[in-house]
Write a protein that binds this ligand. Structure first.
Ligand SMILES: O=C(O)CCC(=O)C(=O)O
Length: 316
């Protein structure tokens, strides 16, 4: 089964009800879907692709020369050549990453990088806010409730970050992951993935990995662990991973709309009768959750929820 591809422009016309139903199914059944006709100009998306690829060209040598996964793979391939049983690289990803934060320096080459990515961020933020409104409507939350929770009643700014990744060609893709399987920690994630080179996969409710197929200028949407808690299990964060590939350099730009660290996350609606859970999800501070998450990102989320809740219970 393919990940749903939804025409977002239908939300503003006669087909609104049908579009809402598709989005609800995307959140509920997969935790992942793709939006086309998002309103973000194609011309801007083309510039974003170009500046990110130009930027990576300057980093490529560094990746090949000193990335720990490159070194680990080379060592395992050498050991294999000496007759040792083939082994997979553990605890590392075949990925080059940099993040864009307001308080950190941004790449200065190419010279148009910053203005292009600022323009992109503004557009993505608008899309995130519109989609959060849709999600609130679908879940029966008040308009603006997510931002209210994420900002701790307006005392802080919700966190908005961008991660630019490249997954360069890998000589032995069966021996290393592009990015190991995980669920995302935060709120809403909007991913602009490569038009041609695939590799992103999501774990379906049937227990099988499904490709998130490249669709030109689509934005891939998924929800993180905090939306799972707020929705009391209705919108579960989905496990996903990126496979390394032999050919092609896959680019992806992930934008995260997350709570401020001081925000308290708690179920905002009753658990669905068929949620499969015994009761309500716990409540905790997002900052505490992140402390747990950074150590346990590639593990099950339930022990993370329990650990963050235990910290809150100790403090209360
Ligand atoms: O690069 C991708 O396609 C996925 C990135 C991702 O899952 C992450 O950054 O958490």
């Amino acid at each position: 089964m393919a990940i749903p591809v939804i025409d977002f422009s239908r939300l503003d016309g006669d087909e609104r009800a049908a579009a809402l139903a598709e989005i609800a199914a995307g959140f509920e059944e997969w935790g992942f879907f793709q939006l086309v006709n998002t309103g973000i100009p194609d011309e801007l998306l083309e510039r974003v692709k170009k500046v990110c690829s130009d930027c990576y060209k300057l980093r490529e040598e560094g990746f090949n020369g000193s990335n720990p996964a490159v070194k680990a793979l080379a060592a395992l391939v050498e050991q294999e050549g000496e007759g040792l049983a083939p082994r997979k690289v553990e605890g590392m990803d075949w990925e080059d990453v940099f993040t864009l934060h307001d308080d950190l320096p941004w790449p200065s080459i190419p010279p148009t990088f910053k203005e292009t990515m600022m323009e992109y961020r503004t557009e993505l933020k608008k899309l995130a806010e519109k989609l959060l409104g849709v999600m609130e409507e679908l879940l029966g939350l008040e308009e603006g409730q997510t931002t209210k929770v994420f900002s701790k009643d307006g005392d802080f700014e919700p966190f908005y970050g961008t991660k630019v990744s490249h997954y360069p060609p890998c000589p032995r893709p069966e021996m290393v992951d592009g990015l190991r399987a995980h669920t995302d920690a935060g709120g809403l994630i909007l991913l602009f993935q490569d038009d041609r080179v695939g590799g992103l996969q999501v774990l379906g409710r049937d227990g099988r990995w499904a490709d998130v197929q490249p669709v030109e200028n689509a934005i891939v949407i998924n929800t993180g662990d905090q939306i799972e808690v707020m929705s009391n299990g209705r919108y579960k964060s989905a496990w996903h991973r990126v496979l390394a590939t032999r050919d092609g350099n896959r680019r992806s730009i992930a934008s995260f709309y997350n709570p401020a660290r001081a925000a308290t996350i708690a179920p905002a609606i009753p658990a669905a009768a068929d949620s499969g859970t015994d009761g309500d999800y716990p409540s905790f501070s997002f900052g505490d959750y992140m402390e747990v998450y950074i150590k346990q990102k590639f593990q099950d989320k339930e022990p993370r929820f329990a650990a963050a809740a235990a910290i809150k219970n100790m403090v209360d």
